[in-house]
Unconditional design. Structure first.
Length: 258
């Protein structure tokens, strides 16, 4: 079973995860072709930095187009359908897993507004995040990833609305070891992606690493503090085990029955 592990050291955004996958071998020209298929602008910034402290890849989708004042759950469902119907209709339901986690966490963080009318811009979400999700799924598809996992990590309580949203979203992330990660450094949309699409599981000897790569939040000076790691490899199938009941990224299973 081909699988990808995500490890968060401190910062985490959707674009950082794409940067790592480009560093792992996903061609930027392929991502541009996927954007064109979906009728989206094919402009993004990607930059390797092999001379930095850590050889990490930077990726960013600049803001584009005029945007309404509010961005509600209904809006992202509509926009996601418009994106997937042209490019990959089979990914529409996959996006719902992310959006349900996102809006649940945001409604907890923005307590003065009912959940059905939460303005997601208040926690830093934008239309570009949907494009990042689309390219992330395209990258997993290109690499033939069957299952997605995230290494557990401890998280502090949030102070800002965005931080509180990330902390509320990451209900499965908790670990009893390691330094606590600040939720202010984890974008709520990235939190919803790993919570909605992956299973939190320690990476141990049962996972055979084939390739590793890093995504960075800095185009100039990647360090361990502003990078995240991704590991591509294989699980050994040892009969009836937790790995025999894994969650497929593009499937409909809710997760592992631990």
């Amino acid at each position: 079973m081909k699988a990808l592990f995500i490890r968060c050291y401190g910062k985490l955004t959707a674009d950082m995860m794409i940067g790592g996958l480009i560093d792992m071998g996903v061609p930027p020209v392929y991502l541009k072709s996927k954007l064109k298929e979906a009728g989206l602008p094919d402009h993004f910034i990607e930059k390797p930095n092999p001379k930095a402290q850590i050889s990490a890849h930077y990726f960013h989708i600049p803001p584009f187009g005029e945007k309404p004042l509010l961005l509600k759950q209904a809006d992202i469902f509509r926009l996601w359908k418009e994106i997937t119907v042209k490019g990959a209709p089979e990914w529409e339901e996959t996006g719902w897993k992310v959006f349900s986690r996102l809006t649940a966490g945001a409604s907890d963080a923005v307590l003065d507004i009912p959940a059905d009318v939460v303005d997601l811009r208040r926690v830093g979400v934008s239309e570009e995040n949907l494009v990042s999700l689309y390219l992330f799924l395209a990258s997993l598809d290109y690499l033939e990833v069957e299952s997605l996992f995230t290494c557990p990590f401890s998280i502090d309580e949030g102070k800002t609305e965005a931080g509180k949203a990330s902390a509320a979203i990451l209900t499965d992330a908790v670990s009893t070891v390691g330094k606590d990660v600040s939720p202010e450094d984890i974008h709520p949309f990235a939190a919803a992606m790993v919570e909605g699409l992956s299973t939190f599981l320690p990476m141990d000897g049962r996972f055979l690493v084939d390739r590793s790569a890093y995504g960075s939040s800095s185009a100039e000076k990647p360090t361990g503090d502003n990078t995240m790691a991704e590991y591509l490899g294989y699980f050994t199938d040892r009969g009836e085990s937790v790995f025999g009941r894994h969650m497929k990224v593009f499937g409909t299973d809710a997760g592992l029955d631990l």
